[in-house]
Design a protein around this ligand. Structure first.
Ligand SMILES: Nc1ncnc2c1ncn2[C@@H]1O[C@H](COP(=O)(O)OP(=O)(O)OP(=O)(O)O)[C@@H](O)[C@H]1O
Length: 270
């Protein structure tokens, strides 16, 4: 069943117009920093795309542009118009939960802001809590939760409105490795169930290879796309994939690309 969904995710790319394209996008801040320079980048429906690169290469800036929290200073972003729904959800590195509110109320919040009553929101909130394996913690408050559980709440809150695109800015960077692996598995399961398009920012080669069907390796100063790498491994991906030679080889390739992207930066400065 999951394999079928994964096939659908993969087939979504072939031949179809991208869901979202960066067309020669530049972003220069008022302090003169060029965060992004002439970026061309396409995201297809159902993609799991990771933006991988050194600090300062413009990964977060790119996410903020997709979320419309910021606008390009040159070029433009183009959304495919056909289905008309370009809604986005955002998950940040910090879970940023309301400390006084229950898990249920935290997840309800985006629906509440749209005028949906507690009663009406209950099925959607409980469904999302079940999806992130927190259905038994609806009444807990954030201080009672572990870091991984707080992040699950944050993901459920971002997903409760069923956005078409889920943007994630290093969501697992502050977690221990075991929790991070578990959340990587659960995120892939959620992606395969809900069929959203994911754009995921990370510094981790291992995480980007495990999760993505495509990795955009970026270079810094100025921030730009260095390489588009296809991760040619079938979904679902599980612990067997994580310990496979295919995974090790893909990580080696991604690591080489990242090292090369960082060398480019050094050469450009010297
Ligand atoms: N609001 C801002 N004003 C000025 N400069 C900014 C602003 N936001 C980001 N920058 C600069 O733009 C560049 C790209 O920043 P951005 O946060 O997008 O990079 P990043 O790849 O996400 O970095 P990190 O991995 O460290 O989070 C950096 O040099 C950063 O200092």
């Amino acid at each position: 069943m999951l394999q079928k969904v994964a096939d659908k995710n993969d087939s979504g790319q072939r031949g179809a117009a991208p869901l979202l394209s960066f067309k020669g996008v530049g972003k220069v801040f008022s302090n003169g920093v060029t965060a992004l320079d002439n970026v061309d980048l396409s995201v297809h429906e159902g993609d799991f795309v990771s933006l991988l690169g050194p600090s300062g290469c413009g990964k977060s800036t790119a996410l903020r542009l997709i979320a419309r929290l910021s606008t390009p200073t040159s070029g433009h972003l183009e959304w495919r118009k056909a289905q008309g729904d370009d809604s986005v959800g955002f998950v940040f590195q910090e879970p940023t939960l309301l400390p006084w509110a229950s898990v249920f109320d935290n997840v309800w919040l985006p629906l509440r802001l749209r005028g949906v009553s507690r009663l009406k929101a209950t099925p959607a909130v409980m469904e999302m809590l079940a999806r992130v394996h927190l259905e038994n913690f609806a009444d807990a408050v954030p201080r009672e939760l572990s870091g991984g559980m707080k992040m699950r709440v944050s993901i459920a809150r971002a997903m409760v409105t069923k956005p078409r695109v889920l943007l994630m800015d290093e969501p697992f960077a502050a977690l221990d490795e075991i929790t991070r692996f578990k959340l990587n598995n659960d995120l892939l399961e959620l992606w395969q169930q809900e069929r959203f398009t994911a754009v995921f920012v990370t510094h981790s080669v291992f995480e980007s290879v495990f999760l993505s069907n495509r990795i955009v390796v970026m270079a810094a100063k100025p921030g730009r796309v260095y390489r588009n790498m296809t991760v040619d491994a079938p979904y679902p991906r599980d612990e067997a994939f994580r310990t496979s030679t295919a995974y090790a080889e893909l990580c080696r390739r991604a690591s080489d690309e990242l090292s090369a992207a960082m060398d480019v930066k050094v050469e450009a400065r010297s």
